[in-house]
Write a protein that binds this ligand. Structure first.
Ligand SMILES: [Zn+2]
Length: 66
C-alpha cells in the first residue's frame, strides 16, 4: 500500500498515511487533532531526482579514477 504525505490545515501537523487508490478522494483524518481538513503533499523527490551536484561530482571522480 502506498504511503502518502499529508499535512493538516487545522493544526499544521505533517503525517504519513497509507491510502488505497480507491480511498484517495476520501478525506484523511489528522492523527493529532482528528480534523478532516487535511491535504496531500506532493512529493518533491521526483522533481529533484536529477541531483545536479551529486551527479556531477560522481562523474568527475569517475573520469579522474585510474
Ligand atoms: Zn491536525
Amino acid at each position: 500500500m502506498p504511503l502518502y504525505e499529508y499535512h493538516c490545515d487545522s493544526c499544521g501537523a505533517a503525517f504519513d498515511a497509507r491510502v488505497e487508490d480507491a480511498d484517495l478522494d476520501r478525506p484523511v483524518e489528522c492523527p493529532l487533532c482528528h480534523s478532516l481538513e487535511t491535504q496531500q503533499d506532493i512529493s518533491l523527490f521526483s522533481v529533484y531526482g536529477y541531483g545536479e551536484s551529486q551527479e556531477s561530482s560522481c562523474s568527475n571522480e569517475e573520469s579522474g579514477f585510474r
